[in-house]
Design a protein around this ligand. Structure first.
Ligand code: NAP
Length: 259
């Protein structure tokens, strides 16, 4: 009996991915900080879909979190064939408005955890007939975003890491998919403390976490390397590629009040 391990499963896109996988009768291991939300979701998904669900409440910004997750999986004897690196967050405002520790914690969650967890899990994933790694990047991965500078850079890292890893593993049983959502209706903007201008811009264009999750899970099982969710976000990435960088950066800066 195999399980899908999902980080950041307590809410938003991670919760929707958990629900989407549960709907496909897959057993789940949920990871995030908020135990009450994980427990509630585990109970709900077990009942609704008659699957096995366990959870671990842990702060992924702590250095040993990935090895603690792997130790928990080993202790419980779980077999994992899907790894979803979804947990992540942004910090909006000036780079200098945050301490070095705040930047480091976010980089830990957005970049180091996906890399270290993937590295620790690959030997297990290789033992299964077919395994999947699904990484949640962002439309912000395709350009510098003044006002979300470190966040956008961390997602560019995750995008590049995912593509390189997919190529390296292409002849193995593991496929790697990276999904870049644009604005999605979750707690992201709240935690990132984005200003009203960005929230208002998002309100018109935001996708639901459920629709993002469905696209992400479909892409993962189809073995796609990279997708951007939604037509507008695909168009945005194309324009970013075509237009001068100064222009796209000035536009982003104006949304995040950095002009
Ligand atoms: N929403 C968007 O517009 C958008 C757009 C592009 C990409 N994304 C990406 O989508 C992913 C999911 O974000 P979301 O939009 O669903 O935001 P969200 O609703 O804030 O969910 C974030 C998830 O990550 C978990 N998490 C955050 N910090 C953590 C930590 N230190 N340790 C453990 N878990 C932690 C949260 O759980 P706890 O709070 O319980 O720890 C939660 O389950 C992120 O990687 C984000 O960058 C979002």
């Amino acid at each position: 009996m195999s399980y899908a391990l999902i980080t950041g499963a307590s809410k938003g896109i991670g919760k929707a991915i958990a629900t989407e996988l549960a709907g496909r009768k897959l057993n789940l291991l949920l990871v995030a900080r908020t135990e009450s939300l994980l427990s509630e979701l585990a109970t709900d998904l077990c009942k609704r879909f008659n699957i096995k669900v366990d959870y671990l409440a842990i702060d992924l910004s702590s250095v040993n979190a990935p090895s603690q997750i792997v130790a928990w999986i080993k202790d419980k004897g779980y077999v994992v064939n899907i790894l979803v690196n979804n947990a992540g967050y942004g910090l909006s405002g000036t780079f200098e408005g945050y301490s070095a520790n705040e930047h480091r914690d976010m980089m830990q969650v957005n970049m180091t955890v996906p890399v270290v967890l993937t590295s620790l899990m690959i030997p297990e994933l290789k033992k299964q007939p077919k395994s999947y790694i699904l990484n949640i990047a962002s439309a912000a991965a395709y350009q510098a975003v003044p006002g979300l500078t470190v966040y956008a850079a961390s997602k560019a890292f995750l995008l590049s890491f995912s593509r390189g890893l997919q190529y390296e593993l292409r002849k193995t049983n593991i496929s790697v998919t990276v999904v870049s959502p644009g604005g999605t209706d979750t707690d992201f903007a709240n935690r990132a403390k984005v200003g009203t201008k960005a929230v208002k811009a998002g309100e018109k264009l935001n996708m639901t976490p459920e629709s993002v999750a469905k696209l992400a899970v479909n892409a993962m099982f189809a073995g796609k390397t990279e997708i951007i969710t939604g037509f507008i976000n695909k168009l945005g990435a194309l324009l970013v590629w075509l237009l001068p960088k100064k222009l796209t950066e000035t536009t982003a800066a104006s949304i995040y009040n950095q002009d």
